[in-house]
Ligand binder design. Sequence first.
Ligand SMILES: [Zn+2]
Length: 275
Amino acid sequence: MKNTKWIALAAMALMLSACGEEETKPVSQPQEDLVENENEVEKEEVVEKEEDVEEEVIEEDAEPQYEINEANWTVKPIADAPSKVVLLTIDDAPDKKSLEMAKTLKSLNAPAIFFINGHFIDTDEEKAVLKEIHEMGFEIGNHTQTHANLKQLSEEEQRAEIMQVSDSIESIIGERPKFFRAPFGVNTDFSRALVKEQGMLLMNWTYGYDWESKYQDANALADIMVNTEFLTDGANLLMHDRLWTAAALTDIVEGLRAKGYEMVDPTTIKGVTTE
Ligand SMILES: [Zn+2]
């Protein structure tokens, strides 16, 4: 049983596309059938409970409501939190469009995590942008210093990639990042251990399209992000700091809501440091 699970995870890791324009394939979800079956089971319960739960979430925001399912990187309700949710994430931030994207999300009251590369927070102007995004209430994640493929680095180089950006983030916003996502979704045993030791919650994602040439268009991207077969309860949506993604963002959020999905507040996700 354990072997089977390990093989499934290894296969999944291979199938996960990376984050960046180098990639050609959309992220697929090998456990799609499984997830969909779960969805079917959970849907009815949610409909009955939705009204009560929404009120409780506001009162009990100190208690984690969700956790990351490491088998497929979806966001899973811990108790009776609503399951018809998605997590929004913006990688390779804050390059050119992150501030605009944060303002768009804020105006839509849609929470998200911005995963930061250290090479985008070097100048005073860039630091101010990160500070502003954080002060708008968005969660800040570590996406390494230079967007390196951690598998190609020595342990000391991996440590530098991870620590340097966390140190910079802390010096700018006054706290260390609580989330980590590796460039290209490529983690190593060493980086996993270091991320955990640093109190960060590691996650990859379930789907994303904005690095594919055919979706580098706001309309095409908004359409696929909302209508993809990979949209499931708890889907972990990967987007990037890109022109077309910024332009598609309102339609993506409104389209997801029209399908009945709400956006998870990342602060309600159970982290490695929250017990
Ligand atoms: Zn990236």
